[in-house]
Design a protein around this ligand. Structure first.
Ligand code: NAP
Ligand code: GDD
Length: 338
């Protein structure tokens, strides 16, 4: 089996590649040209599969339709996982046009899939952000979408187009409506990783404090490794449908902070402060998912609990901070945090 993954350099790109390679897939991925190296998450896979045909990377961009069409025609994948996006909600308020363009990029891939002679299965990375989170309710595949950010609106466009192409052209196109999923490879400006990074550095005495925004926002946080398995299961189901993946538990940012600091035997209130600059123009207050459908029909079950996730991230970031401390002491790194 051959899979093409857009956004392979991101958090989910790493976990999905690893999962598919272990299933003996040939994995092809798109990367963006950058003035600095942007493959750190997948460098271990590049090294492991060097000189084989199992893991290949190509320059592309969701906005460049010709690059996507050419790649799909060259690779002839069995499955495409479209993970690429400007995925930061707060940044989407600052860069609304670009964020929306990455949403429209979905259409470039769907067109190429439609025009391909091969029956290619397509996975769209939809998001729980599309619900808007105004009410404290459990959200499933039938819940109403009410996007609150350019990011969410862009994701809703991709979601709707995926459904439209499925229904209009009989393509195997699925939307995975994924609630927040995290890991030691989470981008460092998302709140969970910002917290675990700070805890690691504070406990190593190379950071003094942590400034956050809205501590009362609630999210349904799971482990990315569990969620990529769900993506694959959706693509193996006998028909294309939309699926919610979530843990069914919600916690506030403050809950995450408390567990993370206590994992390092630190009193959180000694270090954490808030600043309005980290608040969003329009907040998604509460997200809680209901994955009954995926649990029943796909036999998908998240394995890592909320507490285990927080501990996994703090442990990993404490090790990273120990290395940073050593470099600072040897004067090989000249940096301070807050
Ligand atoms: P991520 O770590 O931010 O990775 C995003 C990936 O997209 C990166 O590889 C990035 O490349 C690439 N990308 C950005 N703009 C692009 C463009 N114009 N053309 C091509 N590639 C581009 O995100 P993630 O957490 O892995 O999430 C994967 C997908 O699931 C995203 O679409 C996200 O919106 C969606 N999602 C995530 C969650 C979650 O909680 N993680 C939940 C629901 C949905 P660079 O490395 O070069 O920046
Ligand atoms: N990033 C960030 N930084 N968020 C903060 C901070 C801070 O300093 N302080 C509080 N928060 C709050 C945000 O206001 C939000 O309510 C919550 O923490 C989570 O923010 P993020 O970690 O940035 O994630 P997100 O929920 O906005 O979006 C993530 O999950 C979506 C799925 O629901 C991203 O991965 C999206 O790509 C994904 O679709």
């Amino acid at each position: 089996m051959k899979a093409l993954i857009t956004g392979i350099t991101g958090q989910d790109g790493y976990y999905l590649s690893k999962f598919l390679l272990e299933k003996d897939y040939e994995v092809h991925g798109t990367i963006r040209r950058s003035s600095t190296f942007n493959t750190s998450r997948i460098d271990s896979l590049i090294a492991e599969y060097e000189g084989t045909e199992k893991f290949k990377l190509y320059y592309s961009d969701l906005i460049d339709s010709s690059s996507l069409t050419n790649l799909i025609s060259l690779i002839q994948p069995d499955e495409i996982y479209n993970l690429a996006a400007q995925s930061h909600v707060a940044v989407s308020f600052k860069n609304p046009v670009y964020t929306s363009q990455t949403g429209i990029g979905t259409l470039n891939i769907l067109e190429a899939v439609k025009n391909s002679k091969k029956n290619i299965k397509y996975y769209q990375a939809s998001s729980s952000e599309m619900y808007g989170g105004a009410n404290e309710e459990k959200l499933n595949e039938d819940s109403i979408f009410d996007p609150k950010s350019p990011y969410a609106a862009s994701k809703l466009f991709g979601h709707n187009m995926t459904k439209i192409y499925r229904e209009s052209y009989g393509l195997f196109c699925v939307n995975g409506i994924l609630f927040n999923h995290e890991s030691p490879l989470r981008g460092e400006t998302f709140v969970t990783r910002k917290i675990s990074r700070a805890v690691g550095r504070i406990s190593n005495e190379i950071q003094k404090s942590l400034t956050l925004g809205n501590l009362s926002a609630s999210r349904d946080w799971g482990f990315a490794g569990d969620y990529v398995e769900g993506m694959w299961l959706m693509m193996q189901y006998n028909q294309p449908e939309d699926w919610v993946l979530s843990t069914g538990e919600t916690h506030t940012v403050e809950d995450f902070v408390k567990i993370a600091f206590s994992a390092a035997n630190l009193k959180w209130s000694d270090f954490v402060q808030t600043d309005k600059k980290f608040y969003r123009p329009n907040e998604v207050n509460y997200l809680l998912g209901d994955s009954t459908k995926a649990k029943t029909k796909l036999n998908w079950n998240p394995k890592v609990s909320f507490k285990e996730l927080v501990h996994m991230m703090v442990e990993s970031d404490t090790k990273l901070a120990e290395q940073e401390k050593l470099l600072i002491e040897k004067k090989l790194l000249n940096k301070t945090w807050e």
